[in-house]
Ligand binder design. Structure first.
Ligand code: UDP
Length: 263
């Protein structure tokens, strides 16, 4: 179905109104379909739109990180990534429709890209990984226009290196840039330099390129459905245990918040 600009604007506005507020962060209560409609609208508008796929680890970090919390609340679209967020929202009496994860959003946007004519840029992950991810996406979605690929191992504090990347991104004239440098590093990079990308939509997608490239296996579907994808990631990458300690802390904080609500 084709929409005119006004209809598009109304859809985007309606989607944006569906927000819940959890632990100080606004999260859009959207389905994957609604998130894609919003992104389609963003691409038709001027300027940069930041999309954050928020998980419980990052929301917990944001409790003691003002910059991060402000950044989340400023984003154009914040989707519930991770079963922790979905559980927390349920527990606090604000059920969310579904989980919209970064990796699923990446697949869906790339699936639609050939038909929509969206130009895609991949920035992030170790050398070789983004290239392999681009190759796999081209095989899976023939006709997709991947206009730039760059690894995420550069010195973010080196002005010259950053300028070189920005130049490459600008020349590519992409519509959507996926940045896979881990959260919240990627979100900060978008906040600091997004206006210079010349793209309409910038999305931080964490370790997604590793999965798309086939270097890391995603959790089996039954684990995703059971809401224990975190356990799979922990088993595959035990070095994550330290940051994952934020998950039980998040659960405790949500329970404490609920208790306070009852008083
Ligand atoms: N990464 C990067 N640049 C860096 C550090 C990490 O591009 O300076 C990449 C890393 O190779 C991996 C991704 O960022 O592909 C982080 O993945 P992780 O699973 O930790 O992401 P998150 O859990 O934050 O979504």
């Amino acid at each position: 179905m084709l929409y005119n600009m006004e209809e598009k604007r109304q859809i985007v506005e309606k989607t944006m109104q569906k927000k819940i507020s959890m632990l100080g962060a606004d999260i859009h209560n959207v389905t994957m379909q609604e998130a894609l409609s919003a992104i389609d609208g963003f691409i038709k508008e001027d300027g940069l739109h930041q999309v954050i796929t928020l998980n419980a680890e990052i929301l917990y970090q944001a409790q003691t990180n003002e910059r991060l919390l402000a950044l989340i609340n400023k984003a154009d679209l914040v989707t519930p990534d991770g079963s922790g967020i979905v559980w927390g929202a349920d527990y606090l009496g604000m059920p969310l429709k579904e989980r919209v994860s970064g990796i699923d959003l990446l697949w869906e946007i790339c699936r639609l890209a050939p038909e929509k004519g969206w130009r895609i840029y991949l920035l992030g992950a170790a050398p070789g990984i983004a290239d392999k991810a681009a190759e796999n996406l081209k095989n899976k979605y023939p006709g997709i226009s991947i206009v730039g690929v760059r690894n995420g191992y550069f010195n973010i504090n080196n002005e010259e290196e950053v300028r070189d990347i920005l130049k490459d991104v600008q020349l590519a004239a992409a519509d959507v840039i996926f940045i896979a440098m881990g959260a919240p590093r990627q979100e900060y990079f978008i906040e600091d330099y997004g206006a210079d990308f010349g793209v309409k939509v910038a999305i931080g997608v964490g370790g997604s390129f590793d999965v798309v490239a086939g270097a890391v296996k995603r959790a089996p579907v039954f684990m995703q459905k059971m809401g224990i994808e975190w356990l799979w990631r922990l088993l595959c990458q035990p070095s994550r245990w330290k940051r994952m300690m934020n998950l039980p802390r998040f659960v405790r904080l949500v329970k404490k918040t609920k208790k306070k609500q009852r008083l």
